[in-house]
Design a protein around this ligand. Sequence first.
Ligand code: GRF
Length: 216
Amino acid sequence: MCSRMVNIGILVSGRGSNMEAIIKKIEEGYIRNARVAVVISSRRDAPALEKARAHGIEALFIDPKEFWKEPNPERREELRLEYDKRIIAELEKRNVDLVLLAGYMLKLSPYFVRRYKDRIMNIHPSLLPAFPGLNAQKQALEYGVKYTGCTVHFVDENVDHGPIILQAVVPVYDDDTAEELSQRILEKEHEIYPEAVRLYIEGKLRIEGRRVKIKD
Ligand code: GRF
């Protein structure tokens, strides 16, 4: 793993600031032996697409055709699988080894998770297992916690659930708005996500059940 180039595929749906933080750490040489082979968006208008292209990275929109609106749950899962297979085909074409979810808003099918077992990471803006799901920063404010933060974890078949790689703690202030808190958390996200990727690429992460041991 250490000597050969690791091909990274990044899945996005929006702004792409975590994606860009990782790209910059590769460009600066902080993350070595890695390249972003492709960025794939589930949204046509995701700013992440242009950001990736500005760094000379191939960026594709793959249209999910709003499969989540399918009322029949079984059919919906079939459509999810079809969509994931289209993504996997693009990742395979580019020999992607590591998949990073960076603000990717769709749940992966079990097929996708198995195909890249222990090779998919996600970032979530809370200290998991607290506040999984949407609007984690707002959930933290409403609950009244004094500290929250962010988590990089491997992805398993459940949302915001897999083994935790790194976390960073962020204080919550009395007069915080959701926007201010989100911004403070985001700064930490931009530190720990590239760091987790570096550790992975340097072969320093070992998964033991739910625990990720770090050799450094
Ligand atoms: C981040 O807050 C991340 O934790 C969450 O979605 C947001 C994505 O932001 N999963 P960006 O697209 O990386 O700027």
